[in-house]
Design a protein around this ligand. Structure first.
Ligand SMILES: Nc1ncnc2c1ncn2[C@@H]1O[C@H](COP(=O)(O)OP(=O)(O)O)[C@@H](O)[C@H]1O
Ligand SMILES: [Mg+2]
Length: 256
């Protein structure tokens, strides 16, 4: 079943076509990777889908609803969550608090009601603690739930970012370079976690430079170059695509 569909999606910054006429489809419980050189428009694509940027043209449909131009918190509430290329955690707070803040968009009282502390709010808060702990267990951070986020290893901070995103109960999760800075063991654990999230019914769009990760877990790979989709297919097809090799794996590319 189709979950996300962009048609002719473009984002221009002045004369720069950061994203240009991108058609993308993501079905339920699929892992779709977006690859391409630095500056190809991958993060800008995420920023359009999550409502941070207004697209210059094109449409974004999510679960049969036109979400083009909707505000970020409304898009989150509909079920799209993301992590950021540069980690964005509340560094001074515990892991559990970080997940609970994200989960506030799912409570009836919301953040403002929480300030009034009615009995319903207290019950909701207790449930949120349990749920936050469940999510931390799911990503393998339950033993660090009381730990301060800033003190976590880099790999654990990236896992906590994913836990925060899961706290909003998404149907679609956008991961922006989640393996960046991870060691090989952390990367392996991350791949297992991404598969486990998918197996729990969440579709994933993954921006990632680590080709072992991309080729290992993707159902489909989309290649962007200068904002344009230049290829799409099964990991095996993408590995052999000459346009991809030239754009992405060429000798001038900093990753090779
Ligand atoms: N807010 C912005 N204002 C102007 N240019 C931007 C902005 N965001 C991104 N860009 C430009 O858009 C292009 C694509 O950037 P980005 O989406 O971050 O690429 P990627 O994530 O693939 O490395 C780059 O040339 C970048 O400099
Ligand atoms: Mg980026």
């Amino acid at each position: 079943m189709l979950l996300l569909e962009t048609k002719n999606l473009s984002k221009h910054f002045g004369g720069l076509k950061a994203v240009e006429a991108v058609d993308m489809r993501v079905e339920r419980e699929r892992i779709v990777s977006v690859i391409g050189p630095n500056g190809a428009g991958k993060t800008t694509f995420f920023n359009c889908v999550t409502g941070i940027y207004q697209p210059t043209q094109g449409t974004i449909r999510f679960q049969d609803r036109d979400v083009t131009g909707m505000a970020p918190h409304d898009i989150t509430a509909l079920g799209i969550a993301r992590t950021f290329q540069n980690i964005r955690l509340f560094g001074g707070m515990t892991c559990r608090e970080n997940v609970m803040i994200a989960a506030h968009c799912r409570t009836k009282a919301g953040v403002f009601g929480a300030l009034a502390r009615t009995s319903r709010v207290r019950n909701e808060e207790r449930d949120m603690v349990y749920r936050a702990v469940d999510i931390l267990r799911f990503v393998g951070l339950d033993e660090k739930q009381e730990g301060i986020a800033a003190n976590l290893s880099y790999g654990d901070q990236r896992r906590l970012e994913i836990a925060r995103a899961l706290g909003t109960e998404p149907h679609l999760l956008l991961l922006d370079e989640p393996a960046a800075g991870m060691n090989p063991l952390e990367t392996q654990l991350l791949m297992d976690l991404i598969r486990k999230i998918r197996d729990n019914g969440v579709a994933i769009i993954l921006i990632e430079h680590d080709m072992k990760v991309v080729m290992g877990i993707s159902d489909r790979v989309v290649v962007l170059d200068h904002g344009v989709k230049i290829a799409e297919g099964h990991p095996r097809e993408i590995r052999e695509d000459t346009a991809v090799i030239e754009a992405y794996l060429g000798k001038d590319h900093p990753h090779h």
